[in-house]
Design a protein around this ligand. Structure first.
Ligand code: AP5
Ligand code: MG
Length: 218
């Protein structure tokens, strides 16, 4: 099964994708994570996209679709896919159809995480991750069990990091990009009857339960 998690910055796409990976052995394909890895490794793509991402604007359709296309080559067809943060424009949605068709796959469902944008700024500015294993945390909603000293629940590392684009000004730009370019792709999938809406403001566990119920019926 191949599903898309759609929602504005901070909606919980990464949080929920990680849980689906754990529960169902699906593969998370996050273009944001791929781009951040490219920046870290200082690849030509990374050098090209750094300023764009720091400003909260969208990277070109060609770059992100090429990343997705490359990832799919090595993935066995039995592994279900979770698209996190891709597609983000109608052009990307069409490119995804073409990429999946090459691998005899298709989009089976789109889960829209519906959220209140004002609450998202707080979610994003409080977010941090384990620098070692990438596990996600939040200053208020999801601290590690061990806080003094703070250690990652998953790997025990005491090294944590924050994203450079997780400041209020950039978050506002990212949200404006979502409203202008990404939300308008919903009708593209609604016309195929693929979109289900989940309340992304509910507690994390409840959102997961709702998504799992949807997947069971897909
Ligand atoms: P990307 O990395 O995709 O970022 P984003 O879409 O802005 O989304 P986030 O990762 O910020 O939020 P999320 O929904 O994953 O939330 P999370 O689960 O972490 O993209 C970054 C940049 O890369 C873009 O701005 C663009 O420049 C570029 N880019 C990437 N893909 C692209 C594409 N396809 N095309 C063009 N450019 C692209 O949750 C947030 C926090 O809230 C966490 O701390 C979490 O613990 C907490 N939380 C989650 N759910 C809940 C809940 N239900 N209740 C309370 N707290 C919660
Ligand atoms: Mg994310």
């Amino acid at each position: 099964m191949n599903i898309i998690l759609l929602g504005p910055p901070g909606a919980g796409k990464g949080t929920q994708a990680a849980r689906l990976v754990e529960r169902y052995g699906m593969r998370q394909l996050s273009t944001g994570d791929m781009l951040r890895a490219a920046i870290q490794a200082e690849t030509p793509t990374g050098l090209k996209v750094k300023a764009i991402m720091d400003a909260g604007e969208l990277v070109s359709d060609e770059i992100v679709s090429a990343l997705i296309s490359d990832e799919l080559v090595a993935l066995p067809q039995t592994v279900g896919l979770i698209f996190d943060g891709y597609p983000r424009t109608e052009a990307q949605a069409r490119q995804l159809d073409a990429i999946l068709a090459k691998h005899h796959r298709k989009v089976d469902g789109v889960i829209e995480l519906a959220v209140d944008e004002d609450a998202l700024v707080e979610r994003i500015t409080g977010r941090f991750t384990c620098a070692h294993c990438g596990a996600g945390y939040h200053d208020e909603f999801k601290l590690p069990a061990s806080t003094d000293p703070m250690r990652c629940d998953h790997c025990g590392s005491a090294d944590f990091k924050r994203r450079p684009d997780d400041n209020e000004e950039t978050v506002r730009t990212r949200m404006a990009e979502y409203r202008a370019k990404t939300a308008p792709i919903l009708p593209f999938y609604e016309a195929r009857g693929l979109v289900a809406r989940v309340d992304g403001m509910a507690p994390i566990d409840e959102v997961t339960e709702e998504i799992e119920q949807l997947l069971a019926n897909t």
